[in-house]
Ligand binder design. Structure first.
Ligand SMILES: O=c1ccn([C@@H]2O[C@H](COP(=O)(O)OP(=O)(O)O[C@H]3O[C@H](CO)[C@@H](O)[C@H](O)[C@H]3O)[C@@H](O)[C@H]2O)c(=O)[nH]1
Length: 489
């Protein structure tokens, strides 16, 4: 690292959603191990989760909690995290409400001397205005893969979704012609022929802030998706810095991770290992919503597959899962609490993962060398599922009854693919592949690896920029893009 006047101090502001917060907490750990001090912004109700995640004794991290806006239409009082929302349809109101935090954020920012940069979630686009006010470079973090970012960009720029007759027609992605997508791979407002909605305004604000920021931090590693990362870095976008998989920041000797006493489910996994049983882990992230009918089919499919399974459920109808637990006895375990997913995936008995393909889950599966049975449910998950199955080939896909990306999955469709993943020939192939990619991930994060070097370069570059004579750091990045020029692209 270059010798400088002021030691590096990063401000981190994660979005109030577990899938967006956790990777930034892992990044905190990597930054602290490189001598960076941090101020982490959150809200009062999220503080405990963050404090529990990080070691309380760490002098290098200060947590500042800001009040979450009161009386937001459609958001029940006291809800400050997307996993607690009554429904994900409230997401646009929730995300838009965060703008009201800007004055408090700026008041707190004023008191922090010598901030090197602000790393904030892509959804907190208003933090760019705050960063500009204080002359601080802003980087955004989304927690998406380069693959899904690149495909989404190509599809939007070339207006590929305005063409197909049906939502399941295959569309060739212009710059990546071996990749075919459908309109069903995208959520609102991206899947609309002529997107016009308040959600679309929110997306435009996020995009404009991204284009006028210093760069983005990506939770991925170069060797996993070189064409897609080269594409993003070749376009007129701020630079993407690939510094992951961030979950590899957690090692058994990690200084800032709290160790918890052994949980009931880890004891159950130990027992399964001793009995020589392979376990299927089933989890759909922190915010997926399942209908009662779909829940019944999953229960039936898991029961009839005859495999040992550990299923982590969230806010689901308890009757269905209680009955399943009774029927399968000790062959299966259903957990309703927040678990340490990484610890589960790393357990030697776990040999398969039925996943919604949230990007953190995909990376955690890669790092634990566990193949995936992909069942995308929302957000960019259908694209992640395509990447997992068709591009990097570390997983299979559940069968939907109509063959559509987001179709209903029957117990038969689930059972058949669970058996293939755990016992079949295709399962063997993806298991071999995920092992290779898992090893490459560890190399990328180890000393001298691509992600290790990139993070060092990023810290050095930001330090140089901040300690240079000019305050206009944006000039060195060489871009200022207006809403009009993006709209015309
Ligand atoms: O009981 C639990 C449940 C979840 N997790 C962790 O929570 C995170 C969940 O992240 P992810 O697998 O990405 O799922 P979501 O919470 O659904 O993530 C949101 O954010 C991701 C990153 O932007 C997107 O890829 C997803 O589509 C979006 O739904 C992972 O680190 C899990 O290990 C736990 O540790 N314990």
């Amino acid at each position: 690292m270059t010798s400088t006047q002021n030691p590096p101090h990063f401000v981190l502001f994660p979005f109030m959603s577990k899938g967006h917060t956790i990777p930034l907490l892992h990044l905190s750990q990597l930054l602290v191990s490189r001598g960076v001090t941090l101020t982490l912004f959150t809200t009062k109700a999220n503080r405990q989760f963050i404090a529990d995640f990080l070691h309380r004794q760490s002098d290098s991290i200060s947590i500042v909690d800001l009040p979450f806006p009161n009386q937001v239409e459609g958001i029940p009082q006291g809800i400050e995290s997307t996993d607690k929302l009554p429904s994900m349809s409230c997401f646009p109101q929730f995300a838009t409400a965060t703008k009201l935090m800007q004055p408090d954020f700026e008041e707190a920012l004023e008191k922090i001397p010598h901030v090197t940069c602000i790393v904030s979630d892509g959804f907190l686009s208003w933090t760019l205005a705050s960063a500009n006010k204080f002359g601080i470079p802003r980087l955004w973090f989304f927690g998406m893969s380069a693959y899904s970012s690149a495909i989404s960009q190509e599809v939007a720029v070339n207006r590929l979704l305005s063409g197909p007759e049906t939502d399941d027609d295959l569309i060739t992605v212009t710059r990546f012609p071996w990749i075919k997508v459908t309109r069903n791979d995208f959520i609102e407002p991206f899947n609309q022929r002529n997107p016009t909605s308040p959600h679309q305004d929110f997306v435009m604000e996020v995009t404009m802030a991204m284009m006028n920021s210093y760069g983005q931090i990506m939770n991925s590693f170069y060797e996993l998706e070189p064409q897609f990362l080269d594409y993003l870095n070749g376009e007129s976008m701020p630079k993407a810095w690939c510094v992951g998989p961030l979950s590899l920041a957690v090692t058994d000797s990690s200084p800032i991770v709290d160790r918890k006493p052994e949980s009931e489910w880890i004891q159950w996994l130990d027992l399964k290992l001793a009995q020589g049983c392979s376990v299927l882990y089933v989890a759909f992230g922190s915010q997926a919503e399942l209908s009662s009918k779909q829940l019944e089919e999953i229960s039936k499919g898991l029961e009839e597959s005859q495999v040992s399974f550990l299923w982590v459920v969230r806010n689901y109808e308890t009757r269905v899962v209680d009955e399943l637990q009774e029927r399968v006895g000790e062959r299966g375990m259903i957990v309703r609490e927040w678990v340490d997913q990484l610890e589960i995936l790393k357990h030697e008995s776990v040999k398969g993962f039925v996943s919604h393909c949230g990007w953190n889950s995909v990376l955690e599966s890669i790092c634990s060398e566990v193949p995936i049975l992909a069942w995308p449910m929302m957000a960019e998950q259908p694209l992640n599922a395509r990447m997992v199955v068709e591009e990097i080939k570390i997983g299979l896909r559940v069968e939907t009854c109509d063959g559509s990306v987001n179709g209903f999955v029957t117990s038969e469709g689930l059972k058949k693919m669970v058996k293939e993943l755990m016992e079949g020939e295709k399962g063997k192939e993806v298991r071999k592949k995920v092992k290779e990619i898992g090893e490459a991930a560890k190399e990328a994060m180890a000393e001298g690896g691509s992600s290790w070097r990139t993070l060092n370069e990023l810290i050095d570059e930001l330090q140089t920029v901040r300690n240079s004579k000019t305050d206009d750091f944006r000039r060195s990045a060489g871009y200022t893009i207006s809403a009009t020029s993006y709209g015309e692209a």
